[in-house]
Structures are given as C-alpha cells and as structure tokens.
Design a protein around this ligand. Sequence first.
Ligand SMILES: [Zn+2]
Length: 104
Amino acid sequence: MSTPQGARISTAQLAAAVLFLAIGVTFLSVGLSLRTPSGFAITIIGFFMMCGGAVTLVSMQMRRLPNNRPTSAVGERYCPACGTGNARSYAFCQKCGKPLPKPT
Ligand SMILES: [Zn+2]
C-alpha cells in the first residue's frame, strides 16, 4: 500500500523535469533580453534546457498512459492441469500432454 502502482514515476524525476523547464524558460527570456553574444549563448542553453525538460515530461506521460499489458489469454489455451500457455492451434498441452479446452 505504501507504493501504489500508479505512482511509479518518481516525484524527484518530475520535479527535475519541471525545474529544467522553468530554468530553461528563464534563461531563454533573460538571454533574449540581453542583446549581447553572451545573451545569445544563454538563450541557446535555455532553449536546450527547456527542450530537455519538456521531452522528459512528455516521455514520462507517454510511459504512464499505455500501461495496458497485452491480454495474453487471447490466442492461447491454458492447460487446466499444469497452467502452461499453449498456442491456440494445439489440442493437447505441449508440456504435460493433457487435452486442452476448446477456445471459446
Ligand atoms: Zn499441461
């Protein structure tokens, strides 16, 4: 109960990504306001930090959403005796030889 399945993404990782994004935006705006070569460099750094934070956030969201594991029961016939998963075409268990139930 202490570690719920939904909270697999560490909050530290999330905080780091948001921090990167925030610092990147700050650098970007500061760099743009400075009309100097160093300001340009700060803009570039800020841009990359922003991108890094954004990409990290997006990838974290992507990892969280499609958590539906493939339904392994589809196309397989499980042996009632030993529990081995057999291909749908098999009539008998490949491990113990017991007849498999007909696929519904
Ligand atoms: Zn079996």
